[in-house]
Design a protein around this ligand. Structure first.
Ligand code: C2E
Ligand code: CA
Ligand code: CA
Length: 789
């Protein structure tokens, strides 16, 4: 039987095409998935052609993949879709499809019979057209009919036109998908680093990985399992899973040797991500309810398994694409680094967070906890009080009764404090006879004062140490959030000031107020003012030019920070950078300098001065895993290319935690940023040591020049030579006077920096200086090589 197709005249054809194409383009631009657009195309075309169904086969990595199939008018044939997608078509697509791919022209087959396809899908007639450019089709669009059907020329034309349009859409969708995947990578790694690096336990890292992976893959189920050093499963947690299932799995697995479980038989001993498919999901992964997804082992130094993450969904074949594999491999790699850090931390965690004498939390742990509590209080408009307590006569006890009595007394005090406070309050020992208490509930100023008075009274009662009563007494200073500060350092510092006031005036308890501040010295004051100074742009950056020896041009500048203090005047970095380094404020300072310097570099670039920018980074920054992210953010917002930024670090900064320092350096370098070793020669490292570091440049410290120009000294020249041998760019800094051309030429380094050339200058002054330098060059006079030429 021959069926009637719709009778389209040309203009109708064009209208239909245009409208359909617009709809498709709209779908593609609003989602990142090709699926909906392809489905719409198939269904609409099947309807317009009045045939049974339209299907799409796409070429991917040299294979033909059945990608989409829809019946006309949205008719659904249960079962057929699964069959279509999971068929052996990749090896054996319909012959017509292959023909179209080879010849690049439409092929019509009025009688289609006797193959797997015709039998499985009841196909009687078929028309196939290329998708995309006919010389390199991206795939094939197939229309078929279950009853014999004669496709007419205008129908073939319409299908062919749609095939070309679809090609554009498939290409666009692939591009968007790729972009999305790349974005997914960036976002996932950021989240992984931010959350993962806060975890001090492998479970914490595993849970973070599970969440991040589930999010980027779009899988609804996620499990994390930890394994201890003897190979037993210690903890099983999950999300997206019903409670009873979780309980069942927990009971089945916890405490079992991992190797003895069905899972253990499949995963390892090479700890790489394993794709979960139909075959193994019914066996080892059946328990988890994951029919398709990934199992990601987390191992320590590639050897010992410490945790596993299972992420996926309940239906088959969902996470099997190449991009899923890439994403999982990427996340697995990132996680192993984070996990190694966490394991080290987990190991040292107790020691690092507890005072060995009293077993109370120590200063570091307290500061961490305070920061955390402050973040929550700030979000919930909550209140906090920090009570800093110092014993009154401890030194006398220690001196007259001996250290062991002193130690026993501190233990007694710790116990008394703990028993006086509520469970929710945190008691820590800061060191010596100093304790600190965080009140986190009902902690308004009066409440805090009452609690402090109670403590002072309690400590006025004699303490029994070695059967001997000791009267000790205590002074307490109080600082409250939000009244007296919003960050741990400020609160602790102000509580400390208040405590000294309490001691000085022997009143027992003092609440911080501004008068306490004035009573004390101004140096800590500078520290307290610094965050405000950064926010209110009281800091400025000066730029010192660096001279390229070969071209006699200034190719780069170093950013050096200064503080224009409202009352103290211009302060040099030595007066406040060390303060900032001793606290977390250095992070803000560094970010501010980075942003400001790169912003200036962008302005200069826009006006035709392409100057490289060098920025100083402190040791504290290097210990911070978010540094690469912060650098990226500053680069992106300024638009300055990464290779125009040089980060200067001292060797002590790198040495203070070599493994971590090298890791962060490597990541920075992967961004394309240059790394310079500052103040070289002042530390202990030999030049051979430099070979192991990812460096681009070395700056020889000015102390080698002995104040004047000793740059041609044997020592400097041999350092330059060895540096060059290692492929490093060498900068000699601190050149204060020009002597002769010969002496400068003999240095043989790459760049010079120093007062002889120019001191650090404000941006506008530097521009003036640069103009002078360039215009003076041809006729120049005062510079040694000019005299020699
Ligand atoms: P640095 O990185 O070694 O910077 C070079 C210092 O030497 C600068 O001092 C510069 O003014 C000074 N200098 C330049 N040429 C000469 C010279 O010919 N003779 C002598 N005697 N000195 C010269 P400045 O600006 O006072 O900075 C001191 C240090 O403060 C810097 O030493 C750097 O370690 C630190 N610093 C400056 N800005 C920043 C910053 O933004 N972040 C961090 N973390 N540290 C910074
Ligand atoms: Ca420097
Ligand atoms: Ca230096």
């Amino acid at each position: 039987m021959i069926m009637d197709g719709p009778t389209n005249d040309r203009s109708l054809e064009v209208d239909i095409q245009t409208e359909l194409f617009l709809q498709l383009a709209e779908i593609v631009s609003t989602t990142t998935r090709t699926g909906p657009a392809l489905a719409l195309a198939c269904e609409r075309l099947a309807t317009i052609l009045d045939c049974t169904r339209v299907s799409i086969f796409l070429l991917k990595n040299g294979q033909v993949i059945p990608r989409m199939s829809r019946f006309a008018n949205g008719v659904i044939a249960p079962g057929q879709w699964d069959e279509f997608r999971t068929s052996s078509a990749a090896n054996n697509p319909p012959a017509v499809v292959s023909e179209v791919l080879v010849r690049g022209v439409p092929v019509v087959c009025s009688t289609y019979e006797n193959d797997w396809w015709s039998q499985h899908f009841d196909i009687a007639s078929m028309m196939a057209v290329p998708i995309g450019n006919s010389s390199h089709p991206l795939g094939v669009l197939v229309a078929d009919s279950q009853v014999p059907y004669e496709f007419r020329p205008e129908q073939i034309r319409l299908a062919t036109a749609l095939g070309v349009q679809l090609g554009g859409i498939v290409a666009l969708a692939r591009q968007i998908e790729e972009q999305h995947t790349r974005l997914g990578f960036a976002e996932a790694s950021r989240e992984l680093y931010q959350k993962g690096s806060l975890s001090t336990t492998t479970l914490g890292v595993a849970e973070t990985l599970a969440r991040v992976t589930a999010k980027v893959l779009g899988g609804p189920i996620a499990w994390s399992i930890t394994v201890n050093t003897t190979g037993s499963i210690t903890q099983v947690t999950s999300f997206g899973v019903p409670r009873d299932t979780q309980e069942k799995v927990r009971v089945a697995l916890e405490g079992k040797p991992f190797a003895s479980t069905a899972l253990g038989g499949i995963v390892g001993p090479v700890w790489t991500p394993l794709q979960i498919d139909e075959e193994i999901s019914t066996d080892a992964f059946g328990l988890f309810g994951v029919r398709s997804g990934w199992c990601i082992p987390i191992s320590c130094l590639q050897e010992n398994l410490v945790a596993l993450v299972i992420v996926g969904g309940p239906s088959a074949g969902d996470f099997a694409e190449a991009r899923h594999r890439d994403l999982v491999n990427f996340l697995a790699q990132e996680t192993s680094l984070i996990a190694e850090n966490a394991i080290l931390r987990e190991h040292d965690h107790y020691q690092a967070t507890h005072d060995s004498l009293t077993s109370l939390a120590n200063r570091a742990a307290f500061e961490d906890y305070l920061a955390y509590a402050l973040a929550i209080a700030a979000r919930t408009s909550g209140r906090l009080a920090v009570l800093l307590l110092d014993l009154n006569r401890f030194k006398d006890v220690n001196d007259t009764l001996g250290h062991h009595i002193g130690d026993a007394l501190l233990n007694e005090v710790a116990q008394r404090l703990t028993s006086e406070m509520r469970d929710a309050d945190v008691v820590a020992r800061l060191g010596g006879d100093e304790f600190v208490i965080l009140l986190s509930t009902s902690a308004d100023i009066n409440g805090a004062k009452n609690a402090a008075k109670r403590l002072v009274t309690a400590l006025e009662q004699p303490l029994l140490v070695a059967h001997r009563p000791i009267w000790i007494g205590a002074s307490i200073g109080i600082a409250c959030f939000p009244e007296h500060g919003a960050d741990p350092q400020t609160l602790l510092h102000r509580a400390d000031l208040a405590m000294y006031e309490a001691k000085r005036t022997t009143v027992g308890v003092v609440v911080y107020d501004a008068s306490v501040d004035r009573a004390q010295s101004s140096v800590p004051g500078l520290l307290l003012e610094l965050p405000r100074a950064i926010q209110q742009d009281e800091l400025v950056v000066h730029y010192q030019p660096k001279l390229d020896i070969n071209s006699h041009e200034v190719l780069g500048v170093e950013a050096l920070v200064r503080w224009v203090h409202p009352t103290l005047g211009l302060l040099g970095p030595e007066q406040f950078v060390p303060l900032a380094e001793a606290t977390g404020i250095i992070r803000q300072l560094t970010s501010w300098v980075l942003t400001t310097a790169l912003g200036q570099a962008a302005v200069w670039r826009a006006s035709g001065r392409a100057l490289r920018m060098s920025v100083n980074i402190s040791a504290r920054d290097l210990a911070d895993v978010t540094l690469p992210d912060r650098v990226t953010a500053a680069l992106v917002s300024s638009g300055v290319p990464a290779d125009q930024l040089t980060l200067e670090l001292t060797e002590s900064a790198i040495m203070s935690d070599e493994a971590k320092g090298t890791e962060v350096l490597t990541r920075l370098r992967q961004l394309g940023v240059r790394i310079s070793l500052d103040d070289f020669g002042t530390g202990y490292s030999s030049l051979a040591y430099l070979e192991r570091l990812p460096l681009d440049e070395v700056k020889i410290d000015r102390s080698f020049l002995g104040g004047g120009n000793g740059a041609e000294s044997f020592l400097v020249r041999s350092m330059v030579k060895m540096g060059h041998h290692l492929g490093l760019q060498i900068v000699v800094e601190g050149i204060e006077h020009w002597t002769s051309y010969e002496s400068v030429a003999r240095i043989d380094c790459d760049e010079l920096q120093g007062f002889a050339l120019s001191p650090p200058l404000e941006a506008a002054q530097l521009e003036q200086w640069l103009d002078d330098w360039t215009s003076n060059l041809p006729s120049g006079s005062s510079h040694p090589w000019r005299q020699a030429e």
